[in-house]
Design a protein around this ligand. Structure first.
Ligand code: ADP
Length: 584
């Protein structure tokens, strides 16, 4: 039964583990992945804004230097009145300042765009004498007072950020001071970052990056994404960045030592220039979060399935236990019923056996009782024959009358015996206590007489009716009186006292004697079957226990005590019975 009951939960568990758990894991992983992706995009965007600010700050770090130099008297003097000595002095000064600033170059141009003094005046690639009038920063400085430009140096081929300021002397423009900063410092600062960073120019060529191998590489020709600034110029002949596109447009894969790694591409245009700042952020956290969420969901789903299974198991076990309990309760009831029936039968048997025993005990007395009248009748009959021969008719009549009286007496004895041997009918009805006492005394008359026992009866004249059955009540009284006679054997005073009182629906019948009484220790076990203090063959120890049972059947009680509360003065038994109406 249990195996069958468990089959369904087991099948459901298997289904949950094989289908439910992977499905839950997949859904959770997908959800976590899209959440993580959104988070990653957001944080990458924020990070990029920071890098952008950082880049601009770096480039404008020394913007005040060319501005200050444009006001410098020495610079103005040189541009207004050039002289080799002044030029030499300015060259040295510019060299010192550039070194202190860690700048790529610091130089002064005249109004026509020709460099008159430069920090790199000593180098082979010296700017001195070169004309950069075509450079946008120069034009902007001359026209607007200040100019900025990202560019590759034409002489040095080193990328840099140019800041130029106009020099005005005696109300006319005499030239410009230019500072060119490199990106080494910035690249070094970016290097340890999580992100791969790069800046591309308008042609889509990488100029600044924390990935040295990517420098001067071009963005792929056809990008699946729209960049803030579309590369326009030519980058032919340059290597292309090793980016692999796939999946969503902003996802880029890179072939690395450990294998294919995935990145999120974020780009932003730099204001004031044609340059674009890009960052590549690792997508590992997205995958990790998806994995963790998937595993957690799988574990939770499996746990839920197992818990449900455990609950189902418990329920099945409980149902089974209840069924077992029900079964054992029914079995117990059956046994109790059987045992009760057995006990009833045994009790009936015992009652009958006790009666027979009492009958046996009495038969000796009865034989004696009947032998006496028989012998008397014999001698009366013999005498009558003799008297008849002599013609003494009166005397014959007297003898015959004696014989008749004797037969009456014998008939009375046998009548009592017949009543006693009859099995109890089992139906309760009104019984006269006085009648029962009278019959019991009559039954035991010879015994009482033989032991010379004085009988005192103190009962009301009006009959007292109790609930019971005459034969069985008689049996109880025969028992109690018989025991009293036995107890008084050999005692100097032998008096049996029977008293009856009735009040409040109850009759109290007492049977007291002046015998040896009951030992204190025996009092609690008097009514236990087979308890006897009599010698073997004299008592079975059943009388009181059966009497007790009979009285209880009547709805009454039987108790024992010593007269005056102590042994040696005789015993007193009290029968408590329910009184009833006189029978109709
Ligand atoms: P039995 O008479 O066969 O012994 P009973 O059940 O009638 O069995 O009595 C049990 C015992 O109770 C007796 O053996 C006796 O010791 C004690 N007993 C009963 N009636 C009296 C009495 N009137 N006086 C003293 N002892 C008694």
């Amino acid at each position: 039964m249990v195996a069958r009951a468990l089959e369904r939960p087991r099948r459901l568990l298997m289904a949950a583990l094989l289908l439910g758990v992977p499905m839950t894991a997949a859904v959770a992983a997908g959800w976590a992945s899209s959440q993580a992706q959104a988070d990653l995009r957001e944080s990458a965007q924020a990070q990029l804004t920071l890098y952008n600010a950082n880049l601009r700050a770096e480039l404008e770090r020394h913007a005040a230097v060319p501005l200050a130099l444009a006001q410098d008297a020495e610079v103005r003097a040189l541009l207004a009145y050039p002289s080799p000595a002044a030029m030499e002095r300015l060259n040295r000064k510019l060299e010192d300042i550039a070194r202190a600033l860690d700048a790529l170059a610091l130089y002064v141009m005249d109004a026509r765009g020709t460099t008159v003094a430069a920090s790199n005046w000593k180098d082979a690639s010296s700017f001195v004498g070169e004309n950069f009038s075509y450079r946008p920063y120069f034009r902007m400085a001359i026209d607007q007072g200040e100019g900025h430009h990202f560019a590759l140096g034409t002489t040095s081929l080193v990328p840099g950020y140019y800041t130029a300021n106009r020099v005005v002397a005696e109300n006319r423009t005499v030239g410009a001071v230019v500072l060119k900063l490199g990106f080494d410092r910035l690249e070094r600062a970016w290097a340890p970052g999580q992100e791969k960073l790069l800046v591309t120019d308008r042609d889509g060529v990488v100029f600044i990056t924390n990935m040295p191998s990517w420098r001067y590489h071009a963005l792929p020709r056809r990008l699946p994404i729209s960049l803030p600034i579309v590369p326009q110029g030519t980058s032919e002949g340059l290597d292309v960045l090793p980016w692999i596109f796939g999946g969503a447009s902003d996802r880029i894969a890179l072939e690395e030592k450990v294998g294919l790694r995935h990145y999120l591409l974020t780009s932003v245009a730099m204001p004031g220039g044609d340059w674009t700042l890009h960052s590549l952020t690792s997508r590992d956290p997205v995958n990790a979060r998806a994995w963790v969420a998937g595993l957690l969901a799988a574990a939770a789903a499996a746990l839920a399935a197992l818990t449900a299974y455990a609950v189902a198991l418990r329920r099945v076990a409980l149902v089974e236990r209840i069924a077992l309990q029900e079964e054992s309760r029914a079995e117990l009831e059956r046994r109790v019923a059987a045992a009760t029936a057995d006990l009833r039968a045994a009790e009936n048997e015992l009652t009958q056996a006790a009666k027979l025993a009492a009958l046996g005990q009495m038969s000796a007395g009865i034989a004696h009782e009947i032998n006496q009248p028989l012998a008397a009748m014999r001698s009366f009959a013999d005498n009558a024959v003799v008297l008849l021969d002599r013609g003494r008719m009166d005397a014959v009549r007297d003898n015959l009358a004696e014989i008749a009286a004797l037969t009456d007496r014998m008939a009375a004895i046998t009548r009592q015996l017949k009543g006693f041997a009859r099995r109890a009918s089992g139906t309760l009805g009104p019984v006269s206590v006085q009648a029962a006492v009278g019959q019991a005394l009559a039954l035991l008359e010879s015994k009482l007489r033989r032991d010379d026992i004085a009988v005192e009866v103190d009962m009301p004249d009006r009959p007292v009716w109790v609930v019971g059955e005459d034969v069985r009540l008689q049996q109880v009284l025969v028992n109690l009186i018989g025991n009293a006679v036995d107890a008084m054997r050999g005692c100097p005073v032998r008096r049996l006292r029977i008293g009856l009182m009735s009040a409040e629906g109850e009759a109290l019948l007492s049977v007291a004697d002046t015998g040896h009484g009951i030992a204190e220790a025996d009092l609690p076990r008097l009514f236990v079957p087979f308890f006897t203090t009599k010698e073997a063959g004299e008592g079975l120890g059943l009388g009181l226990s059966i009497s007790h049972g009979i009285v209880e059947d009547f709805g009454g009680s039987l108790t024992a005590a010593n007269r005056n509360g102590e042994p040696g003065q005789g015993a007193a038994f009290t029968l408590r019975l329910k009184t009833t109406e006189h029978p109709a």
